[in-house]
Design a protein around this ligand. Structure first.
Ligand SMILES: C[S@@+](CC[C@H](N)C(=O)[O-])C[C@H]1O[C@@H](n2cnc3c(N)ncnc32)[C@H](O)[C@@H]1O
Length: 276
């Protein structure tokens, strides 16, 4: 850690290769996010803003600050996460749940449990919650729960607020918008019947996980794409351990578990079931 944070000599507000490497290595060691050389401009842009907020005049000073102020480290990680998301993103996953999972989840002895791992600002878990409200009747619905986690407190605060802009709401079919949102100053707020199904918590996927399984489905979409192959392989096996037999792991459309899908059956691209 000390080695990672030893400030490079010299100082300027341009991001030097040494400062880039120090930030890249620290970010990787904490979050698993990998930054190739092409991400130099991204780091400069995202952390340049942070430098100005702190009144620092060089990235070298910022690297030194990361070493001396533990509270700055999560802020840096926060700034470097990519949080793009939307309601009902990659809609075929929701259609798949309706066709294949919900008939099982409706059974009287079932308590559906879903985990949205890397939930960003909440659109993914709230989309899942809307689907559950539409598909389950009481008492199954009362027993259903969605855990939604992310490494970033900034996005979790937005998710917990349940407030979305008109633009974000544009991704939702009008009948759902009317049913599940109440008007608010920002555009719309998720109604309590949907919010009550979702519990948000900060969780770094690289650290230990306090919760127990089994989950019926884990959504980890567009998160592992930022990780390297060994990290993805380890995570896939940790997800497997928390899934019920036959439980589903859904990843982003542009992702694959590749060689790390041992113990899973690939049902279709980006949808895996834990072997029984
Ligand atoms: C691109 S968003 C994906 C959001 C949503 N799953 C979707 O597909 O629309 C990726 C999220 O993963 C989170 N993330 C990145 N590294 C993480 C880690 N080590 N632990 C937990 N979350 C992480 C980021 O903060 C970000 O909000």
């Amino acid at each position: 850690m000390q080695r990672l944070l030893a400030a490079p000599a010299g100082g300027s507000s341009a991001l030097s290769p040494m400062a880039f490497e120090a930030i890249r290595d620290l970010l990787y060691s904490i979050s698993g996010i990998t930054l190739g050389p092409a991400k130099h401009g991204l780091v400069q842009a995202r952390l340049g803003k942070r430098l100005r907020e702190l009144g620092l005049d060089s990235f070298e000073a910022y690297v030194a600050r990361l070493g001396s102020d533990p509270a700055e480290v999560p802020r840096m990680v926060d700034a470097m996460t990519t949080n793009k998301t939307s309601f009902f993103r990659e809609a075929v996953h929701f259609d798949f749940l309706l066709e294949r999972a919900l008939p099982v989840w409706r059974r009287p002895d079932h308590r559906p449990r879903v985990w949205s791992a890397g939930c960003s600002t909440g659109e993914e878990p709230y989309s899942l919650a809307m689907l559950l409200v539409e598909s389950l009747s009481e008492p199954r619905l009362r027993d259903a729960s969605i855990l939604a986690t992310d490494i970033s407190e900034r996005v979790l605060a937005r998710a917990r607020s349940g407030e979305y802009s008109g633009g974000a709401l544009g991704d939702i079919a009008p009948r759902r918008r009317e049913r599940f949102f109440e008007p608010s100053e920002t555009g719309g707020r998720v109604r309590p019947e949907v919010r009550s199904l979702v519990r948000f918590a900060r969780l770094n996927l690289l650290e230990s996980w306090p919760m127990r399984g089994p989950f019926d489905a884990i959504f980890c979409r567009n998160v592992m794409i930022y990780f390297d192959e060994p990290t993805r392989a380890r995570l896939a096996q940790r997800f497997r351990a928390l899934l019920a037999p036959g439980g589903l792991l859904l990843i982003g459309h542009s992702e694959t578990l590749g060689a790390s899908h041992e113990g899973f059956t690939c049902l279709r691209p980006s949808v895996y079931a834990r072997d029984r």
